[in-house]
Design a protein around this ligand. Structure first.
Ligand SMILES: *[C@@H]1O[C@H](CO)[C@@H](O)[C@H](O)[C@H]1NC(C)=O
Ligand SMILES: *[C@@H]1O[C@H](CO)[C@@H](O)[C@H](O)[C@H]1NC(C)=O
Ligand SMILES: *[C@@H]1O[C@H](CO)[C@@H](O)[C@H](O)[C@H]1NC(C)=O
Length: 370
């Protein structure tokens, strides 16, 4: 859900190489014996879909956000130049290309949430010059540290009917990159809090309150940033935690995030091995602001905790960029995500990100992809 440099490179590589080559260069051979082709978890394939899979005219649907409008129409936005938008009446398709939202830059990792009668979209952008607000650290001028999140609102979700509200004024810092947003509405009425979760390679996932309505940060919010998850195992330089989505189910808040590399490596244009590419993690807490732990009770912010609920399996490579919602058609909660179509027989990954979804079973207290 973020436009890191990896993503940009992946997009550029994809656009320039196109479909003329059927496979990417081989994975880095780390000298290990081949890993099993099927996950121990027995993860399912994505639900079947009729018709085209949302693909931005090219087979690419990265970091999807899905929301169903009152009239039943589903909208899917995703990281794409011009903000390509897909719609459908059913999660099972067929999906139709509805148009382009013409978001600045790539409209990176959009995340759409309804608050009262309005939809709010948060998306990544790298166009802001932090020097204009006195941030002279050169890192703020790089892709890895120079992101910001912008907000737009709409009553209709239609691609051309968004009002732009500008950048969220989250303090710039080395410990995060301001990207990969999602919004959680916690509590009701006077106790309603609109909590904004974001973050990134560097030190993982952070959160702060937004104003209500959520077109800017809450008063004093920069002094109230909490740390939700981080992975300091440093198997990948730069840290591998991003793309968070907090979802309430019964008495817990569940923090879903993507761990590992989304994309091919920027320099080599090769994929890391399956252990180091995107996979979906979850942690939970009764407090939406802090205290997330995994199923072993390991703290997710301080001790690199996190329960893997979906990883590379069968013909699905590097699933991530996920979101969660409750949908009547599916009869309960679902997880939606992107994945790279993979031929495990020949170890070939397509140059594409497809949209997929599955139901989630929370009956054990932890989400299981079914
Ligand atoms: C984006 O939109 C512009 C003008 O609307 C068009 O020329 C360009 O081809 C589009 N780019 C993509 C990647 O769709
Ligand atoms: C994690 O570390 C922070 C900062 O040192 C500390 O305030 C917090 O209590 C720690 N959390 C746990 C569960 O130990
Ligand atoms: C942390 O990173 C390591 C190395 O990539 C990975 O094996 C592990 O699953 C990650 N754990 C979490 C909770 O992200």
């Amino acid at each position: 859900m973020m436009l890191t440099i990896n993503r940009v490179v992946a997009v550029v590589v994809y656009l320039s190489v196109g479909l003329t080559t059927a496979r990417l260069p081989d994975d880095i051979n780390d000298g290990q014996s081949p890993e099993p082709t099927h996950s121990a978890g027995g993860w399912p394939n994505p639900e079947p879909m009729d018709g085209p899979i949302p693909n931005n005219n090219k087979p690419q649907t990265m970091d999807p956000t899905v929301i169903r409008r009152e009239d039943g129409k589903l909208f899917l936005y995703h990281t794409a130049k011009n903000g390509s938008v897909w719609t459908a009446d059913s999660l099972y398709g067929p999906w139709k290309h509805e148009g382009n939202a013409h978001l600045p830059e790539f409209g990176g990792a959009p995340s759409i949430h309804k608050v009262d009668d309005t939809y709010y979209m948060f998306y990544n952008n790298h166009e802001f010059d932090y020097r204009t607000i006195g941030i002279m650290n050169e890192a703020a001028q790089t892709w890895y540290h120079g992101a910001n999140v912008r907000v737009a609102s709409s009553k209709t979700l239609m691609p051309t009917e968004w009002t732009q509200h500008g950048r969220l004024e989250i303090d710039w810092a080395m410990r995060y990159n301001i990207l990969d947003a999602s919004l959680l509405t916690a509590g009701h009425g006077d106790h309603r809090r609109l909590l904004f979760t974001f973050g990134s390679y560097q030190r993982g996932i952070f959160q702060l309150p937004l104003a209500d309505p959520p077109t800017k940060i809450a008063h004093g919010a920069n002094d109230r940033i909490t740390h939700l998850a981080n992975n300091v195992t440093k198997a990948i330089s730069g840290g591998p935690t991003e793309g968070a989505f907090v979802f309430k189910w019964k008495e817990y808040y569940y923090l879903f995030y993507s761990s590992g590399r989304c994309c091919v490596q920027p320099k080599t244009r090769e994929w890391l091995g399956r252990g180091d590419v995107y996979k979906v993690m979850v942690c939970r807490s009764k407090d939406p602001r802090k205290g997330y732990v995994d199923d072993q009770g390991v703290d997710c912010a301080n001790d690199s905790g996190g329960k893997e609920i979906l990883g590379t399996h069968d013909n699905i490579w590097a699933p991530g960029g996920q979101g969660v919602m409750v949908d009547d058609e599916a009869g309960g909660p679902i997880i939606y995500y992107h994945y790279v179509p993979y031929d495990q027989e020949t170890d070939t990954k397509q140059k594409a990100y497809h949209f997929g979804w599955n139901k989630l079973d929370f009956s054990s207290g932890w989400p299981v992809v079914i």
